[in-house]
Design a protein around this ligand. Structure first.
Ligand code: C2E
Ligand code: MG
Ligand code: MG
Ligand code: MG
Length: 286
């Protein structure tokens, strides 16, 4: 290994860290303003039946397009929003917008699909977060077939009594509760026995290499098997090619989400899909 100039390296990383902190501070301040200015929107990514290719659900994914500068990924700004606390307002906005859009779709005659929103752990620190979710549904005249939620396993593990009670209430009302990024948390499988869950979303890291890596394939297959034995719906995330799809179909995975079928897109593009226009369905003719 080449010997590095220690001090030069330290200076380099200090500068990087400094730049990054400045950028984060700047972005946090922008988030509040961006909410006021309506710079956020929801994109929707279809989940299709592995068997039929039919669109069953849509995942709502937050997008930020600042008035100036390029769009930012939620992977970048959600953690910032969590740290600064603006995640609560942002989460309220997401629920409200998803409900509004779903009501609009229903009015247009699109009755089949459900919309699922992402809820982060930090959002549930606010004790009334799930109650305000239920209130929003009620206010919009929506029910369990209309809107569901996605949580990561860590969120369930770390949830306190009140949150769990609320989740159980949602569950008993028939609200769809999916475990997002399944298999990537630091939890034992036993939580699947104790928590209110209706679906597993297998993380895309396992899907990605399943065609070439026996271990990834084993984990993917195992997850589908466990999910089904527990009576859960199983969704594969990040499906990008025909090889992955064909394995998932062989294993009777229920739903497929990924660029191979559809990328996340604005609501108006979803209108065309729900209206019957189906690009990408050629992927299923095998
Ligand atoms: P997630 O919930 O696991 O969402 C799936 C992510 O995978 C999305 O990234 C989606 O665009 C991406 N994806 C879907 N299909 C493919 C594929 O075939 N290949 C690849 N490489 N990627 C694919 P996105 O939209 O950038 O969102 C990132 C994360 O940000 C989400 O991960 C979620 O944890 C969080 N997020 C997004 N919207 C919201 C929101 O409204 N509220 C909260 N709390 N978190 C959100
Ligand atoms: Mg998700
Ligand atoms: Mg996910
Ligand atoms: Mg993810």
């Amino acid at each position: 290994r080449a010997k590095l100039d220690g001090r030069g390296v330290v200076r380099f990383f200090q500068q990087k860290l400094h730049d990054e902190l400045v950028r984060q501070h700047y972005l946090s301040a922008q988030l509040e303003e961006a909410l006021d200015n309506g710079e956020f929107s929801l994109h929707y990514q279809p989940q299709v039946s592995a068997a039929s290719g039919r669109i069953e659900n849509l995942e709502a994914l937050l997008r930020w397009e600042p008035a100036e500068g390029p769009p930012l990924s939620p992977a970048e700004f959600i953690p910032l929003a969590e740290r600064s606390g603006v995640i609560h307002r942002m989460g309220d906005w997401v629920i409200e917008e998803a409900c509004r859009q779903q009501v609009e779709w229903r009015a247009k005659g699109f009755h089949e699909h459900r919309v699922d929103i992402n809820v982060s752990g930090r959002q549930l620190v606010r004790p009334d977060a799930l109650k305000s979710f239920e209130d929003a549904l009620q206010r919009h005249g929506l029910g369990p077939r209309d809107i569901g939620i996605e949580l990561t396993e860590n969120v369930l593990i770390e949830a306190d009594e009140t949150v769990l009670e609320d989740l159980w209430r949602l569950y008993h009302r028939g609200i769809h509760i999916a475990i997002d990024d399944f298999g990537t948390g630091y939890s034992s499988l036993s939580y699947l026995k104790h928590f209110p869950v209706t679906a597993l979303k297998i993380d895309r890291s396992f899907i990605h290499d399943a065609p070439t890596q026996p271990k990834d394939r084993a984990i993917m297959e195992g997850a589908i098997f466990i999910g089904h034995r527990l009576g859960l719906e199983v969704v594969a995330e990040g499906v990008e090619n025909a090889e992955q799809l064909s394995l998932l179909r062989e294993m009777h995975c229920d739903l497929i989400q990924g660029f191979f079928f559809y990328r996340p897109m604005p609501a108006k593009d979803i209108d065309r899909l729900l209206g019957g226009f189906v690009p990408g369905s050629e992927g299923l003719s095998s």
